[in-house]
Design a protein. Structure first.
Length: 113
């Protein structure tokens, strides 16, 4: 997870100090990869209810999180949940020989980075 976050930030011209929180669906907010990444970055984890995320308009909805969690987007919807501008649309980690294991999106919020 942290590798995907760092790569996404680097490609966007950002650094870890630009991150103010990690946001996700509340059902996954306590997962080890997320909490470890947040601890390494020194930021809190914010979880949103799937029903709330389902109401956030995103550019790249997907049937996978809809089937699994009840929302067509986690990464982009969580990044945009409190408004702001999407800087990096969702990116997916694709470990060799395995299915995608994580997604990441980056948004800039008013008054922040």
């Amino acid at each position: 997870m942290i590798g995907l976050i760092e790569e996404t930030l680097r490609d966007a011209g950002l650094v870890a100090d630009d991150v103010v929180e990690l946001a996700t669906v509340d059902a996954r907010a306590g997962e080890t990869g997320i909490t470890a990444a947040a601890a390494r970055l020194g930021v809190p984890v914010r979880g949103y209810a799937a029903a709330f995320l389902a109401g956030v308009a995103v550019p790249n909805p997907s049937p996978a999180p809809l089937a699994a969690l009840g929302t067509p987007s986690v990464a982009e919807a969580a990044a945009l949940a409190r408004g702001g501008e999407l800087l990096v649309p969702k990116r997916t980690s694709r470990p060799p020989g395995r299915a995608a294991s994580a997604t990441c999106a980056v948004a800039r919020h008013p008054g922040r980075v």
